[in-house]
Design a protein around this ligand. Structure first.
Ligand SMILES: Cc1cc2nc3c(=O)[nH]c(=O)nc-3n(C[C@H](O)[C@H](O)[C@H](O)COP(=O)(O)OP(=O)(O)OC[C@H]3O[C@@H](n4cnc5c(N)ncnc54)[C@H](O)[C@@H]3O)c2cc1C
Length: 427
């Protein structure tokens, strides 16, 4: 085992752990600043990742900022939400201040590889292996990273660590940045089948499916496939995650019977594509950094608690982590946390409150969602729902429903009465 005490010049300026969208984006941005960067992942690429594969409008805008070209998306615009009482709400997509309103679908094994290759092209060094972190964050010495390749354990040193290692981040755990009692976890499963869907669908599942707050989805994907999945919110009770997996077959049955979707399933092949994963949401219960350690994307718990989107947040926080190291090299975490809070905490506060209430009071919340469904037959209300649900209040621009969405966001985000429901970042 390598010694915990290190001296001399570190091997790297930055070690980024995890080569998902957050890690690859951060690594590329740091390398572009002239820093020597290692990107560590336990898998080689391409690798699969459980996801609905929707790269939303905000993520598309952020990709442009990173200069990474992704051309093979299947376009996604409007979406339908189907409620348990079969009421359908059509959520129109619309351009915002800094995005054009259209998202796209691309299987994650393809999407993540494009970002990963872009990082390597910018001079980042890839190291395959599982990373762990034995050194105290209070030390002024370089951080030590142990990398277990399966055959051997190597030791590296770095001035900065960026933890982009997903919802179960070992960087976050090692540096004691997680307060397990306060995190908002979800578990979601996806499967690929062959078929088409006219408008992508999100089904709020209640009653017979007993999966609330949770939802099923049918999204288009590449290669003539559909991405069908189910996700459930569990607060911090991991034992409830299997509910999503157990609901998959009955959701497929529901899709076949009640939605305007045609698909064929080669049972064996489709089951082989089934993959699940944890989601950490709402900026709550995880401190996203300390001194020279920064957490990005799912490691920091940045996923939208209302619909499970996290790719845009992973890319945005990856860029912000690079900016923090450049702007505040002595204490990037303080800079980083301040910027994260300024960019999104109002939405996170309101959305986390809604999510937590739905888990704790499912019947009451389900009744509320159904009521909202009736109101949202009016276009303005549906549009406001789409803006708030997708976390686009700050960037929506003066479009139909934006004033209502902004007012809702402001009431929920600023309410003193709700602050006990939002734990925010751990002190
Ligand atoms: C079923 C499902 C559906 C989803 N659908 C969508 C969607 O449609 N749109 C959307 O925007 N978001 C969606 N999300 C959320 C989205 O997948 C995440 O927010 C996003 O992947 C976060 O990116 P990331 O870079 O932070 O982490 P990840 O993409 O999780 O990448 C983490 C990387 O770290 C590596 N790693 C982990 N631990 C270690 C270690 N110790 N050492 C080395 N490497 C390590 C992993 O191998 C992985 O490559 C979904 C999530 C799930 C589970």
């Amino acid at each position: 085992m390598p010694s915990r005490t290190v001296s001399g010049k570190p091997d790297f300026d930055v070690v980024v752990t995890g080569a998902g969208p957050g890690g690859s984006t951060a690594a590329k941005a740091l390398s572009n600043l002239g820093l020597k960067v290692a990107l560590v992942d336990r898998y080689s690429f391409p690798r699969d990742k459980a996801c609905g594969d929707v790269i939303g409008p905000k993520a598309q805008f952020l990709l442009k900022k990173t200069d990474i070209k992704v051309e093979s998306f299947v376009g996604i615009g409007d979406m339908d939400i189907v409620l348990p009482n079969d009421v359908r709400v059509h959520l129109p997509s619309a351009p915002g201040i800094d995005f054009d309103g259209v998202g796209g679908a691309l299987a994650r094994y393809q999407f993540d590889e494009i970002l990963f290759d872009a990082a390597l092209d910018s001079g980042v060094e890839f190291i395959k292996g599982r990373a762990s972190f034995p050194v105290s964050v209070h030390s002024n010495e370089p951080h030590v990273v142990l990398i277990n390749s399966g055959q051997e354990v190597k030791s590296l040193t770095a001035t900065y660590l960026v933890g982009a290692d997903g919802a179960n981040s070992s960087v976050a755990e090692s540096f004691q940045l997680v307060d397990r009692a306060k995190i908002l976890l979800g578990f979601a499963v996806r499967r690929y089948v062959y078929g088409t869907v006219r408008t992508p669908v999100i089904s709020i599942l209640g009653h017979a499916n007993e999966l609330f707050p949770g939802y099923g989805w049918v999204f288009p994907s590449t290669e003539g496939r559909l991405n069908i999945g189910v996700g459930v919110g569990v607060l911090n009770d991991r034992s409830k995650g299997s509910l999503a997996t157990r609901t998959m077959e009955s959701y497929l049955e529901l899709v076949r019977r009640t939605l305007d979707v045609e698909f064929e399933e080669d049972v064996n092949e489709a089951k082989q594509t089934q993959l699940g994963g944890w989601i950490k949401m709402g900026m709550t219960g995880t401190t996203p950094g300390k001194y020279r350690v920064l957490l990005v994307g799912d490691a920091a718990g940045l996923v939208n608690p209302l619909q499970g989107e996290g790719i845009a947040q992973a890319i945005e926080s990856g860029l912000l982590a690079a900016q923090a190291i450049q702007q505040a090299p002595n204490d990037p975490a303080t800079y980083y946390i301040k910027e994260l809070l300024e960019s999104d905490s109002n939405f996170a506060r309101g959305a986390s409150f809604i999510h937590r209430t739905a888990v704790l009071h499912p019947q009451l919340s389900l009744a509320g969602v159904k009521g909202l469904g009736m109101l949202a037959q009016k276009k303005r209300m549906a549009s406001a729902w789409g803006i708030y649900f997708n976390g686009l209040v700050n960037s929506a621009g003066p479009i139909r429903g934006s004033v209502l969405a902004r007012t809702t966001g402001s009431i929920l985000g600023n309410s003193e009465a709700l602050k006990d429901f939002f734990y925010g970042f751990k002190d």
